[in-house]
Design a protein around this ligand. Structure first.
Ligand code: HEC
Length: 442
């Protein structure tokens, strides 16, 4: 046992200095590795090898081949096949040695209060009050409205008249939901703050989690799917933009051009470029194939929270702290040395509160703007004229989605209600709470 700990020290002298001669602990050393590298495939919604590595109990219970402790190191070293993490790079030696040393020291659970995870597809979350809505999306066939909940996506009939399915996963927060153009996949970007960032890929026909891709140690934001469906993008609290292959979950690019959290991403029409916006106030255009920086789309103003694209032109609208939605061409007609504003197409009117979410209608004609003020304003995208306002929310609005026919707009936010309004008149045609709320008796 001592020899193993020494071996771990030999590999990471720095770790030994920091940690003294203490044996690696589950909470500090082992669990973060499992969360980051393993639980994407070993979780209640997708138990590869029948093994759930999201909890200490799951690890003890093991998988198809029995208790996992005697197996793990073999799988990590490739002595048992297939090597873990499946399809990914082998873990660094110091991580393997830390796990080995922890097991050799008895494999104890030193976490004080990690209650077993009681939430699963069979036991979906229960709510005492409606959770804040952070993401909404209509399926391309117009049949379904996907709504974010706590650790789940709720699939509702698009008219708001019935809950159809609940897709329960690991991420506590789902910051964005998008359907693939063919409607077969539903992709979320989110995570659990200060623990992990996750992209989830769901099969809409079977309501099964196809893939969970753990990318960072904090939440992901602003997920998007390339027009051909092959690549996913998202921004992170680690200031990066990640590009991931949809079919495999493989990370294609980790792009570090921003200096602060990246809150929203969108692909250009041909899928070859990505625009990302950040709290660093920049909107950056990046080459998706190489990850190379192309140019700044905007002139720096306030922090940016949202960017969306015209349905079939390389024009984007972005907004944030400054409260003004700016419509920009994605590309500059000629290369400019210094940033100028020649690609600015139009500004929309200043909003009453910070902008949190934007949506461009699928017919290209309307732009909806949501923010901390409890009302969504809809504008004519060509003239910038105000068309209508959707009212009824009692607090900030964080999520917007137009129906595929552009006739209606779903809105959601702090008060936990989904409201569906007529996108021409602003009239609220449906208002519902998307989660089952338990009757609390005192
Ligand atoms: C990309 C998906 C994926 C990732 C990531 C992954 N695994 Fe696995 N794991 C699998 C699959 C699939 C199996 C079943 C393999 C088989 O039986 O052929 C498996 C099997 C196992 C088993 C054997 C379980 C049993 O009893 O049969 C262990 C142990 C294991 N994985 C550990 C890990 C650890 C530890 C990590 C993280 C370092 C990890 N895995 C990451 C997909 C993954």
């Amino acid at each position: 046992m001592r020899a193993l700990i020494l071996a771990a020290c030999a590999v990471t002298v720095a770790a030994c200095v920091v940690q003294g001669a203490e044996a690696p602990g589950f909470t500090r050393d082992v669990r973060p590795i499992l969360q980051r590298q393993c639980q994407g495939c070993h979780q209640p919604s997708s138990k590869s090898g029948n093994l759930d590595l999201t909890t200490f109990e799951g690890l003890m219970k093991g998988g198809s081949r029995g208790p996992a402790l005697p197996l793990i190191v073999k799988y990590l070293k490739g002595e048992a096949q297939p090597r873990m993490p499946l399809g990914g790079a082998a873990l660094p030696n110091d991580q393997i040695e830390a796990i080995a040393a922890w097991i050799a020291a008895g494999g104890k659970n030193d976490s004080v209060a990690t209650p077993a995870d009681t939430i699963s597809a069979e036991h979906p979350p229960t709510y005492a009050q409606p959770p804040v809505i952070s993401a909404l999306a209509f399926s391309p066939d117009g049949a379904t409205l996907a709504v974010s909940g706590y650790r789940e996506i709720l699939l509702h009939k698009a008219d708001g008249r019935g809950l159809v399915t609940r897709l329960v996963g690991l991420s506590e927060r789902l910051n964005s939901i998008v359907f693939s153009a063919d409607g077969k996949l539903l992709v979320t970007a989110g995570g659990t703050p200060a623990r992990f960032g996750e992209l989830q890929v769901w099969d809409t026909a079977t309501a099964k989690l196809v893939r969970s891709v753990m990318l960072t140690n904090d939440t992901l934001f602003g997920g998007a799917i390339s027009p051909d469906g092959k690549v996913l993008s998202a921004g992170g609290a680690d200031n990066t933009v990640r590009l991931v292959e949809t079919a495999t979950g493989k990370e294609l690019q980790k792009i570090g051009n921003h200096e602060n959290w990246v809150l929203s991403t969108v692909f250009g029409v041909d899928g070859k470029r990505v625009v990302s916006v950040s709290k660093d106030r920049a909107a950056k255009l990046t080459d998706a194939a190489s990850g190379g920086f192309l140019e700044n789309v905007n002139l720096l103003r306030g922090e940016l929270t949202s960017v969306v694209r015209h349905p079939n032109k390389d024009i984007v609208v972005m907004g944030g702290d400054e409260r003004v939605p700016y419509i920009y061409m994605m590309d500059r007609p000629k290369v400019m040395k210094t940033a100028d504003d020649s690609t600015l197409v139009r500004k929309l009117p200043r909003q009453e509160g910070l902008i949190t979410s934007l949506a461009w209608s699928p017919d290209g004609k309307r732009i909806a703007v949501a923010g901390i003020a409890p009302q969504v304003n809809i504008y004519d995208a060509d003239t910038g004229q105000a068309v209508a306002s959707c009212k009824g929310h009692t607090a900030g609005i964080y999520a917007l989605a137009f129906t595929p026919d552009s006739a209606r707009l779903a809105t959601g936010g702090f008060d936990g209600h989904v409201r569906i309004c007529n996108a021409t008149t602003g009239e609220v045609v449906q208002d519902f709470i998307p989660v089952p709320v338990a009757q609390v008796t005192k």
